[in-house]
Design a protein around this ligand. Structure first.
Ligand code: UT7
Length: 351
């Protein structure tokens, strides 16, 4: 049986470090509040004009490709996860193909927010297992700093997010090698899609204005344009999050999807070498750790230094764990994510 293994991994974070203290210049917040509620000490922001979601992805990808012993023209397929694309369309996949001078290979964009990378990995895994492709580049990259409300009004969201990118190259491995992805588990529930969302620009005609349901909207309030001056004036162009409601669901879905992956393969939490949770909030990771009875050394967290980088957070954390020498070949690793949609997902693998 063929499995897909991570043959190379890379990450890129912008040079500019933004401390919690720095944010107090723009909004009513404090280092104490941010650290206590989220664990975040600092995050990175991309260069305003020189760095985009694609340029950061290209830097991470170059490292992943080199570590896999390949050159860009060896890549057969790209799966690119982001919620902050360079353009509304086309997606970042083709921009990455161009940036790295790859062949005219397929490029697929994944719009699954925080669980985007795990979804993307799952897609790539299927292509490898069926024998369709041999070298698939899977990327998560985000430039959040360009679309956040830095006034006090947006503080519950803007203090959390940071910029960065992570990438892996997936390749086939024989089962006897003892390496590779054992299974992936994907879920969604759109019931509460609007409680963590960026509504504009979009084609929703403002139906979310009233009770966030189509049934309750008032004809007079229907927006006529994809994006309007009114939306900008009313600051409706930034992400919206009902933080406490999202928190409640996150701490339920994370343990559920991690256990699903472990049990599907006959494992228990104690068997894990490392859990790499999406870095949403340190308090969420700590809750999940406690619920699963994991030791500190079994859970990797780096949200303190990068904030929540959405689709990039899992590959950045996995890359750091690898670079710190924490991961040894064949170690049992679980990747897990939860976010806007809601979507949640896990992947269990032997490193
Ligand atoms: O990655 C995708 C999934 N996302 C998540 O999983 C995020 C889940 N949610 C969270 O992480 C947390 O809900 C937050 C970190 C977003 C917020 O923390 P919280 O402990 O849930 O705070 P809260 O929203 O209940 O707000 C408590 C208070 C409010 O003030 P009042 O009404 O009690 O006077 C907020 O206005 O804290 C205030 N507040 C802030 N104060 C200082 C909200 N944001 C800030 C801020 N600085 N940045």
């Amino acid at each position: 049986m063929i499995r897909s293994k991570i043959a190379g991994i890379g990450m890129y974070v912008p040079e500019k470090v933004v401390s919690n203290h720095e944010l107090t210049k723009y909004m009513d917040t404090s280092d104490e509040w941010i650290q206590e509620r989220t664990g975040i000490k600092e995050r990175r922001y991309a260069h305003r004009t020189k760095e985009t979601t694609t340029t950061m992805a290209a830097e991470a990808s170059k490292i992943a490709i080199e570590r896999a012993g390949l050159i860009p023209s060896d890549i057969d397929f790209i799966v690119f996860a982001t919620l902050s694309p360079d353009y509304y369309f086309p997606g970042c996949g083709v921009l990455l193909q161009r940036a790295l001078g790859m062949k005219t290979i397929g490029a697929l964009d994944v719009r699954n927010q925080c669980s985007g990378f795990v979804y993307a990995l799952s897609v790539a895994d299927q292509y490898i297992k069926t024998g369709m492709y041999k070298n698939v580049l899977v990327v998560g990259s985000e430039k959040h700093s360009f679309a956040l409300d830095f006034s006090t009004r947006g503080r519950n969201v803007s203090v959390i997010f940071g910029d960065g990118a992570g990438a892996v190259v997936l390749q086939p491995a024989e089962e006897e090698e003892g390496r590779g992805i054992l299974s992936t588990h994907l879920h969604s529930d759109g019931t509460e899609a609007e409680i963590l969302a960026m509504y504009n620009p979009g084609t929703h005609a403002n139906y979310w204005v009233k009770d966030r349901t189509l049934a309750n909207f008032n004809e007079a309030e229907i927006g006529e344009m994809f994006i309007s001056h009114e939306m900008i004036d009313k600051a409706q162009i930034f992400p919206y999050m009902d933080g406490p409601a999202v928190f409640k669901i996150a701490v339920e879905k994370f343990p559920e999807v991690i256990l699903e992956a472990l049990h599907a393969n006959g494992y228990q939490p104690a068997d894990l070498k490392l859990l790499i949770p999406h870095q949403a909030n340190l308090r969420i990771s700590q809750f999940v750790q406690k619920k699963l009875g994991l030791r500190d050394d079994q859970v990797f967290n780096n949200i303190q230094y990068y904030g929540n980088t959405t689709a990039a957070s899992v590959p950045i954390a996995l890359c750091e764990a690898y670079e710190k020498g924490i991961l040894k070949e064949k170690d049992l690793v679980c990747l897990a994510a939860f976010g806007s949609g809601f979507t949640w997902a896990s992947a269990l693998l032997h490193w």
